[in-house]
Ligand binder design. Structure first.
Ligand SMILES: [Zn+2]
Length: 101
C-alpha cells in the first residue's frame, strides 16, 4: 500500500509547483514584452510619429535631422538638440532655412 504524503509534504510540493509555474509565467511575459518591443521598433523605425510616412535623414553640418516630407515634421535624435544649441547663434536660423517653403 502506497504511503500517503503528510499534509506538510503536500503543501510543500504544491508550493514548489506554484512557484515554478509563477516563475515560468513571468519569464514568458518578459519574453513576449521583448518580442513586442522589437516588433514595434521594426514596424515604426524611421516612420513619422505624426503621419506614419517614411522619414528621410537630412545632414546639415554634424546634425542629422529626420524630416517627413509628407506632413513637414522634423525630428531630432537624442543629443542633436544639444549639438544645435552649442552652435553659433546664426546656425539654427540657417538650419531651419533649409526647410523653409
Ligand atoms: Zn509625417
Amino acid at each position: 500500500m502506497p504511503v500517503k504524503p503528510s499534509d506538510s509534504e503536500e503543501e510543500y510540493f504544491a508550493r514548489q509547483e506554484a512557484e515554478r509555474r509563477g516563475k515560468l509565467a513571468k519569464e514568458q511575459q518578459a519574453k513576449l514584452a521583448l518580442e513586442e518591443r522589437e516588433r514595434a521598433r521594426t514596424l515604426h523605425f524611421m516612420k513619422c510619429p505624426k503621419c506614419g510616412m517614411q522619414l528621410e535623414e537630412i545632414t546639415f553640418g554634424d546634425v542629422h535631422i529626420d524630416k517627413c516630407f509628407h506632413c513637414g515634421g522634423i525630428w531630432l535624435d537624442e543629443g542633436e538638440l544639444e549639438v544645435i544649441r552649442q552652435k553659433e547663434s546664426g546656425f539654427v536660423g540657417r538650419l531651419f532655412s533649409v526647410f523653409r517653403r
